[in-house]
Write a protein that binds this ligand. Structure first.
Ligand code: SAH
Ligand code: SF4
Ligand code: F3S
Length: 457
């Protein structure tokens, strides 16, 4: 893009473009991965703004380019390497640009990145975000290549929420790290040991956000429902406290683990449906108990289904979504069929499914019975086809219903946009004055991922 702007005849429109490179204080962050990474990017921007940098919309305008990357599967890691390659040309034009890599890839590939990518100036880990302004200053002042990726294993998890313009809906970290060591998953190695923030810090953050106009918070963690605070406070207690001791309109949470749902939590979810909603994401990964055991998930198919049924009993309009991995090592066709049948048995309205990707350090990567790539992709396609056939009729039930929608914004097409209590994205004709309000919307057309409706006056 830089080439086309500079070499094109439009060049006269941006006379200072080339000169400004690397000399301004623009920062651009390219973000991949889960909501945790999205929220970490916001933290990085906030910290760098405090250090007098300004956020720019394109890498071409930036003096600092950061890739905040995800390593959950192999593909996004490759993207980091190719993205660094695309920034090479910018840096050749202006060697003052600093390029950094953070997030789970920074944590995992720190040494390799430094060794193989001479364009990279600094790498930082998931526990080192708060040192970013110092790291950047050092990179500029010394010109040295820097790595800051040590886990703060012993430090308590005290991170006040940093968000520049929270809008209507924002994130609040409650736990970090994961101790579950599912045999396929790299997260325990990229995010370190599990820690929880003290409940008082979380409640204080939410109250401050409410004063700043926030109506909805999403509580974030790799495994939110194993949350623990002083005095034996657990996730159910935290959710209840957020619902009853703050003025937030809606609370969401991600990602929970099925093994850490219990009756106490189900009751809190049911008692506070008005705030917590009628929606749950329950990542199952597989519908076969032998595979679940090999995955080290800590539940069987039957235990999972039992928990789902309990939840459905307590929350009659419950909408469910899940994560699935197909082609886990050793998965036979019959075992894959168990996943297909579970999807139908539970009636998930949304599934996030992936082919198994072997990850460094993980147990499953060592298993000798890996499933061939073509079999994995064929299973994934079959799963999506089969789910789609179910999801369209499932969505139709919303047509004619009135949903309570928290309006988040007016989108590019001029439509009001928000989410219902069942976490459905709803669009309708509405004015800006509705932003931040919960309004009744009658559904005119419903598809699995979008719903169109009309404001009920
Ligand atoms: N903590 C969440 C998962 C976070 S990772 C949980 O326990 O469910 C998000 C999703 O990525 C996982 O649910 C899983 O479906 C997928 N995933 C994780 N590791 C993977 C791998 N090695 N290959 C393919 N998908 C993977
Ligand atoms: Fe990964 Fe399992 Fe932890 Fe989820 S619970 S982050 S899948 S190790
Ligand atoms: Fe990816 Fe790390 Fe999140 S690996 S999914 S960015 S925790």
């Amino acid at each position: 893009m830089l080439e086309t702007t500079i070499d094109s005849e439009m060049n006269f429109l941006r006379p200072q473009f080339d000169q400004d490179l690397g000399k301004g204080r623009g920062v651009y962050i390219s973000t991949y991965g889960c909501q945790m990474n999205v929220n970490d990017t916001e933290r990085m921007y906030s910290l760098l703004e405090m250090a007098n940098f300004s956020v720019v919309q394109t890498p071409q305008e930036a003096s600092i380019i950061i890739i905040n990357a995800c390593s959950i599967r192999e593909k996004p890691v490759h993207k980091v390497y190719s993205e660094v390659g695309t920034y090479r040309k910018l840096k050749e034009k202006n060697p003052d640009i600093k390029i950094g890599v953070g997030g789970c890839v920074g944590q995992q590939e720190k040494d390799k990145l430094m060794k193989t990518q001479p364009m990279i100036d600094f790498v930082f880990g998931t526990d080192n975000i708060d040192t970013l302004p110092t790291l950047v200053a050092e990179a500029y002042n010394t010109g040295a290549k820097l790595v800051d990726a040590k886990f703060a294993h012993k430090a308590p998890y005290h991170v006040e929420t940093l968000v520049r313009n929270p809008g209507i809906s924002t994130f609040v970290n409650i736990t970090k790290g994961c101790d579950n060591f599912c045999s396929f998953c790299i997260v325990p190695f990229t995010r370190g040991r599990e820690k929880s923030r003290p409940i008082n810090h979380i409640l204080m953050d939410i109250r401050t956000l409410v004063n700043r106009g926030v109506k909805e918070v999403t509580l974030l963690g790799q495994n939110v429902n194993s949350y623990e605070s002083e005095g034996g406070i657990d996730f159910a207690d935290l959710l209840k406290a957020v619902a009853t001791q703050t003025d937030i309109q809606r609370v969401r949470y991600t990602t929970p683990h099925p093994k850490d749902f219990n009756d106490k939590l189900f009751n809190v979810l049911a008692d506070h449906q008005d705030k917590i909603g009628e929606y749950a994401h329950m990542p199952v990964q597989s519908g076969n108990s032998r595979i679940l055991q090999r995955m080290n998930r800590g539940y069987t198919r039957e235990e999972y289904v039992e928990k789902i049924n309990r939840m459905k009993e307590l929350i009659p309009n419950l909408v469910l979504s899940t994560d699935i991995i197909v082609g886990f090592p050793g998965e036979t066709e019959e075992e894959f069929q168990d996943t297909m049948s579970l999807v139908h048995e539970v009636g998930f309205e949304t599934i996030y499914a992936y082919v198994y990707s072997p990850r460094p350090f993980t147990k499953a990567a060592e298993f000798t019975d890996q499933v061939p790539e073509d079999v994995k992709s064929e299973r994934l396609n079959r799963l999506f086809d089969s789910h789609e056939a179910m999801a369209f009729p499932l969505a139709k039930k919303y047509e004619g219903q009135v949903l309570n929608v928290l309006v988040e914004k007016i989108n590019d097409q001029g439509k009001a946009q928000g989410r219902s209590t069942q976490n459905k994205l709803v669009y309708f004709m509405g004015s800006e004055s509705l932003i931040g309000q919960t309004v009744p919307v009658k559904v005119t057309q419903a598809f699995p991922n979008t719903i169109r409706g009309e404001l009920v006056l």
